[in-house]
Structures are given as structure tokens and as C-alpha cells.
Write a protein that binds this ligand. Structure first.
Ligand code: LMR
Length: 332
């Protein structure tokens, strides 16, 4: 009996540690918090399709969208414990992992457009950030794009003064916390799966997100006014449990890397259009008024949020800011 218990415990530990050898086919649980019909949702399904094809079914990818398996914070813990093998959280959620340098990417109006963002992440800063994860038992595989944030409420948000006292849901980044405070708002971290209800019941007044997330989570149904401000960028890092990844047979890992590279190109190529289509659908619904900032209003927002840049030095450190400044050819 004792021997049986010991054997069962070892088998459970092997599974929990994400040991690939213990299973046939090898199962990759890929958990995320957004809908299938978004850039990340489609990217995860594309990775599944390609990974299963290239490994001839030796790998099975189970995609769990919409927080069906874990919510934001739990999924990161689950990855470290080996209960899931792959995630693609927004980089705004990496501070609990001890990698707050990722939050530098949330600085307001840092990236001029999608192309500037994409080019920057292919440079040294993308690799430098991934190195920060290694000590945490996590390997970064790719960056996936999801465009720029809008911001909304049940009143038009056009001037910094409109933010006064507004309770805004943010996803986790202290940089977002800071720039909303600069505007006079009161930011609050909340799991993505709880946002719709929190907006509906008035627990928060406001949120920021990309058009594809507003559309698929129906935030536009409970926010009368959306400002298409595109004030900050939303990007994901596809990450795996390092023990699991390095424990894979080399040929399988190679096929999975190929699948990931192609799924990444695919995701990044559809992100812009997915968001444009989502914005068109929101407009068509007539449920929310879309507002666009005038040049003067945009300048006023930028000026109000400017202190965040100085503050960021103490939060994310100078090294990542210097890397970004160099890559983007800007002064910070
Ligand atoms: C959020 O929590 O607002 C987003 O980061 C969700 C996501 O993964 O796009």
C-alpha cells in the first residue's frame, strides 16, 4: 500500500511539473482570458492547428479561452506550478512575476503606430525583457500584438478634467495606474473576466481596452461614450513553463517553435484589421458614441500624462527605458 502511495505521488509530481514524457500525446494546455474571436484567440487556435500538424499529432494543444480555466492572476501561478503549459498574458500583468520592466511598454503614446511597435519588439528590448523571465522558470516565445487602447465611461472623456474622480478599471500595470492618476482618475486593478459586470453594476465607471476586446466582451453595451484615443498599446507575451519546454524532445520543440513563429506572424498580421472591424461593429450597434480627440485635446492628454515618464524611472528602471528610447529614436 505504502509503495502504491509513493508511486502515485511520484506520478502526480511528474504530471504537475509539466513533464512531457509522462504523457502521450504531449498535451499543451494554453489558457487565456479573451474570446476566440480576437487576435490572441485566433493566434492561439492557429498555434494549435500548426503545432498538431507539424508534430503529426504527437502534441495536442488544448486552448481554454475566456478565463474558462483560470483568471488573470491564477493563470500565471498555474503556469509556474505546471498546471498549464502556455499562456499569452498582456505584458501589463507581469509585475506579480517579478518582471515589472515589462510595464515600460505601457507608457502613454510610446509607440507612434503598429509598425513602430512591431519593429521595436523585434529589436534588443524584446529579447532583454524575455531574459527577465528566465529566473522565474518561464520562457518567452513570442510577442503578439493587439493594437491600441481606447477609454470609455458613461460620459464623454475629451479633456483631462473629464477624468476627475472617475473609477477606472486597469489590468495590472502600475504605469497605467500612474497615467490615470495624472488625469485625476481613480484606477483599480481587476481581472478581465469581471470587467463587464463591474461596469454594469457601477463598481467601476470606466475602462480602457482595444476595440476587439470592447466588442467581444460587450463592454460597449455598458459604456455610453468611448474615446478612440489610442493612448497606449496592448501587447502579449506568449510564455511557457521552462521545465516543460526544455524537457521536450528536441525535434518536437523545433516543430513547436516553427508553429509558434508562423502563428505569431499570422496574429500580428490580423491584429490591426480585427480591431478596425470590431470598431466598425461597435459603431454599427449604435449603443455607444465614439469620440475622437482634436489635436488640442490630444496635446492636453499628453501633457497631463507626461509626469508618468519621470515616475516610470523608479518603477521599471532606467535600463529598459534607455533601450526603448534608443530603439524608437526618442528622448524620454
Ligand atoms: C485586460 O485584462 O484588459 C486585457 O489585457 C485582456 C487581454 O488579454 O487582452
Amino acid at each position: 500500500m505504502r509503495r502504491f502511495i509513493v508511486a502515485a505521488a511520484i506520478a502526480a509530481a511528474m504530471l504537475a511539473s509539466g513533464s512531457a514524457m509522462a504523457q502521450s500525446p504531449i498535451v499543451i494546455k494554453f489558457s487565456h482570458v479573451v474570446a476566440n474571436d480576437t487576435p490572441k484567440g485566433k493566434g492561439a487556435l492557429k498555434f494549435k492547428e500548426l503545432a498538431e500538424k507539424y508534430t503529426n499529432g504527437k502534441v495536442k494543444v488544448e486552448v481554454y479561452p475566456n478565463s474558462t480555466l483560470y483568471k488573470d492572476k491564477e493563470e500565471i501561478e498555474a503556469l509556474q506550478l505546471g498546471s498549464v503549459q502556455m499562456l499569452a498574458p498582456s505584458t501589463a500583468k507581469f509585475a506579480p512575476l517579478g518582471a515589472k520592466e515589462f510595464e515600460a511598454l505601457d507608457l502613454p503614446w510610446l509607440f507612434k503606430d503598429d509598425d513602430t511597435y512591431a519593429k521595436a519588439m523585434k529589436g534588443p528590448v524584446g529579447k532583454w525583457l524575455f531574459k527577465k523571465l528566465e529566473a522565474k522558470g518561464i520562457t518567452g516565445l513570442a510577442y503578439w500584438d493587439n493594437g491600441f487602447h481606447m477609454v470609455s465611461a458613461n460620459r464623454p472623456l475629451l479633456n483631462p478634467a473629464d477624468f476627475q474622480g472617475l473609477k477606472v478599471r486597469i489590468s495590472g500595470s502600475k504605469i497605467a495606474d500612474r497615467y490615470f492618476r495624472d488625469m485625476g482618475a481613480i484606477p483599480q486593478i481587476m481581472a478581465f473576466s469581471e470587467v463587464y459586470q463591474a461596469l454594469q453594476t457601477g463598481v467601476v465607471d470606466s475602462c480602457e481596452n482595444t476595440p476587439s476586446n470592447y466588442y467581444t466582451q460587450k463592454f460597449y453595451e455598458v459604456q455610453k461614450d468611448i474615446t478612440v484615443s489610442y493612448h497606449a498599446h496592448l501587447q502579449y507575451a506568449v510564455i511557457v513553463n521552462s521545465k516543460f519546454w526544455s524537457g521536450l524532445p528536441a525535434d518536437i520543440r523545433g516543430q513547436l517553435e516553427k508553429a509558434m513563429d508562423e502563428a505569431t506572424d499570422y496574429t500580428n498580421s490580423i491584429a490591426k484589421k480585427e480591431n478596425e472591424d470590431a470598431l466598425a461593429e461597435i459603431k454599427k450597434s449604435g449603443k455607444s458614441n465614439l469620440h475622437y480627440l482634436t489635436a488640442a485635446q490630444k496635446t492636453a492628454w499628453q501633457k497631463a500624462m507626461q509626469p508618468t515618464y519621470k515616475w516610470a524611472q523608479g518603477r521599471v528602471g532606467k535600463e529598459v527605458l534607455d533601450l526603448l528610447a534608443k530603439e524608437l529614436n526618442i528622448q524620454m
